[in-house]
Design a protein around this ligand. Sequence first.
Ligand SMILES: *[C@@H]1O[C@H](CO)[C@@H](O)[C@H](O)[C@H]1NC(C)=O
Ligand SMILES: *[C@@H]1O[C@H](CO)[C@@H](O)[C@H](O)[C@H]1NC(C)=O
Ligand SMILES: *[C@@H]1O[C@H](CO)[C@@H](O)[C@H](O)[C@H]1NC(C)=O
Ligand SMILES: *[C@@H]1O[C@H](CO)[C@@H](O)[C@H](O)[C@H]1NC(C)=O
Length: 340
Amino acid sequence: MIKHPLTFLFLLFLLQSVWGFEYEEKELESEISLRKLYKRWSRHHNLPLNVTKQGVNRYKVFKINAKYILKINKMRLSYSLKLNRFANLTLSEFVDIHTCISETKTMITNSTDYQLTDVKPPESVDWRKQGAVTEVKNQRGCGSCWAFATVAAVEGMNFIRTKRLVSLSAQELLDCSSDRNNCTRGVRRLAFEYIKTKGITTETHYPYKAIKGLCDPLKKKGPRVTIDSYTFVPKNNELALRRAVARQPVSIGIDPTSPSFRFYSKGIITGKCGTVLGHAMAAIGYGTDKDGTKYWLVKNSYGPEWGEGGYVRIERDILEKEGRCGIAKRAIYPIKTPVR
Ligand SMILES: *[C@@H]1O[C@H](CO)[C@@H](O)[C@H](O)[C@H]1NC(C)=O
Ligand SMILES: *[C@@H]1O[C@H](CO)[C@@H](O)[C@H](O)[C@H]1NC(C)=O
Ligand SMILES: *[C@@H]1O[C@H](CO)[C@@H](O)[C@H](O)[C@H]1NC(C)=O
Ligand SMILES: *[C@@H]1O[C@H](CO)[C@@H](O)[C@H](O)[C@H]1NC(C)=O
């Protein structure tokens, strides 16, 4: 039904900008095609060629990553990887930049809330279908995952209680919530504590800048969303997490150091993964794949080009109680009583 050729080109452009950098597997196979691919990748990301930042030849790093991705994809696992915008980084650089929570000291009290057995979670949940999830955000060069994971959970809760879906301001949390919350690292509990006492305004009133600034009292005057409280999901308990997610989107922490997470393209992340929490996202559902693999449906804040349109599926109900990549270790969600 596309009549005008320009419309077609425009659609193609749109697709490109949403789905980003496309390439074929065979381009990873030879040195010549790999060099060409590196040029194309650099152009796509507006990067100069041959940058040797920190004394590292970026093409070499790209090549190592490309070889790894090719190897994994040839194994035809439950997930596949791709050269995304992290393809120019070594693992330690990625971990440095993208470790954005400091929550290793677990001080989790035994919350009994979602241990309640009267909650019978359905077979599958996808909060996007209820309209409780805003568009995928991009934290960009700032380690503000803790802020995006927090707003995603509060946006969901707010929608469930008020039937209004509004994007909330991650920037307000970055600027105002705590001195300990910045572009290096943050503590989700402090972000929830801030919203509990002060509320939070919308993304429109206090837009994201990917840099920590001074708390702006004028922008804070926009409409505010409130919560009554927040609580942790009983730790290392995937059933408790499932009960929580069945009720509302939940902020979760994971270990981001596995390459299967960094270069994730699509499918369900299975296999070896650490459990040292370094990244936060929002679990917005769960389900079971056609082949029987159970998964968590998780909203990331790396923009829509990453993963499955900005989302990732991570294996669910595994033997290790921490869950795949530590997903069940430290989950937290807001509480808001129904408005009468
Ligand atoms: C960039 O790297 C390629 C291959 O390593 C080399 O042939 C070329 O001369 C380099 N260009 C610059 C501007 O350094
Ligand atoms: C890696 O690529 C990203 C864009 O995807 C860019 O922002 C970043 O500066 C690059 N880092 C290095 C060390 O070249
Ligand atoms: C929490 O509950 C678990 C199991 O119900 C129990 O083993 C543990 O001692 C409790 N921890 C605290 C701090 O109460
Ligand atoms: C960010 O906060 C952490 C404490 O949570 C602190 O160690 C770090 O120095 C801060 N970084 C910046 C750039 O202010």
